[in-house]
Design a protein around this ligand. Structure first.
Ligand code: ATP
Ligand code: ZN
Ligand code: MG
Length: 308
């Protein structure tokens, strides 16, 4: 398939999902409401993740889909992915500025110039609020730390691909500890993730991957990330077989976040971190793609895994 065909397949599948009522369009590419049927699948998959990972003793944390802007600034996100970031701005002017805003609005001109940055930015990945939180608690114990998060995330990547949304949910487990602890966690989840998704009877492959680092320096970061096998993705065909969609990802950040926020292991070293992320909408879309739009008609074994 060439790029044009892929685009056509994405548009066609999005139209089908909208016609079936699973996705509710808003007029903006990548911004959708979801139906009750869609949400039920997301909830059942979320529960499956908990069944597979909950026994490891993770501490549950739930954050709103926004970050402290200072933590965001410290995180280096703007160095790597300025093109994806979403910041929250708000009107901060006086009455004169308000009149100007209304006039520009009326005239169909840009009214956003009077907006000022607030102290919050959109969460780009569910694990971001965790690192400064853990750092604040002081050095880790010998076992390190395991955290469970679930959040809406924002990325400015509008697309006709229904699997590439601007706001989507990410469930994650985050391991913080020694390099050995963190690498063992990622190895275990690579296997578990494969098993879990195989039990849902979808075709899958796991492959090394890279993040879309910005700019020319970014291309080097991407290739070094691949060479060091720091990121793996579990891919499932959703709109294309040749270009399957990343539904789970397994990331080893080495000491990147530990260094930024000075997270220390029990023996005083800089903590390493890794996370496994589940793209909730993408998993739901993969299930609808392979088993049909009506979960009542899904294979009995798959229904049993999800609904018990
Ligand atoms: P891709 O390579 O497709 O852009 P990614 O590498 O950006 O994916 P991660 O940053 O690892 O993905 O995010 C973790 C998970 O969140 C992904 O495995 C995927 O399931 C999901 N995800 C990422 N971006 C989107 C998006 N735009 N819409 C829906 N789900 C997404
Ligand atoms: Zn993460
Ligand atoms: Mg991406």
């Amino acid at each position: 398939m060439n790029m044009l065909d892929i685009g056509a397949a994405q548009t066609a599948y999005r139209d089908e999902l909208v016609a079936a009522g699973l996705l509710i369009p808003t007029g903006v590419d990548g911004l959708y409401g979801r139906s009750g049927v869609f949400e039920d699948v997301v909830e059942r998959f979320d529960a499956l993740v908990t069944r597979r990972g909950g026994a490891d003793g993770a501490e549950v944390m739930r954050f709103p889909p926004a970050l402290n802007r200072r933590h965001f600034e410290e995180s280096d996100y703007l160095k790597s992915f300025p093109h994806l970031a979403g910041t929250i701005h708000s009107f901060a002017g006086d009455e004169k500025a308000h009149r100007t805003l209304l006039r520009r609005l009326e005239d169909g001109q840009d009214w956003t110039g009077d907006q000022a940055a607030t102290d919050v930015v959109m969460t780009p990945a569910a694990c971001y609020p965790v690192y400064p939180t853990i750092a604040r608690r002081g050095a880790l114990s010998d076992d390190g730390k395991l955290i469970d998060v679930f959040s809406y995330c924002f990325r400015h990547e509008p697309s006709i691909d229904p699997a590439r949304m601007q706001m989507f949910r990410m469930r994650e487990y985050i391991r913080i500890g020694t390099p050995e602890q963190v690498v063992a966690f990622r190895e275990a989840w690579l296997e578990r993730g494969r098993e879990m998704m195989a039990s849902l009877e979808v075709p899958l492959e796991i492959d090394v991957a890279n993040d879309p680092f910005f700019g020319r320096a970014g291309a080097m970061l991407s290739s070094s990330q691949r060479e060091q096998k720091l990121k793996f993705e579990l891919l499932i065909p959703v709109t294309s077989t040749e270009k399957p969609t990343a539904c789970l990802s397994f990331n080893y950040h080495q000491d990147h976040f530990g260094h930024i926020w000075d997270i220390r292991t029990a023996d005083g070293g800089i903590a390493h971190t890794a996370c496994v992320g589940f793209g909730m909408e993408r998993v739901a879309l993969a299930l609808f793609r392979h088993h049909g739009f009506d979960p009542a008609g899904w294979p009995a074994a798959v229904r049993k895994v999800l609904w018990g």
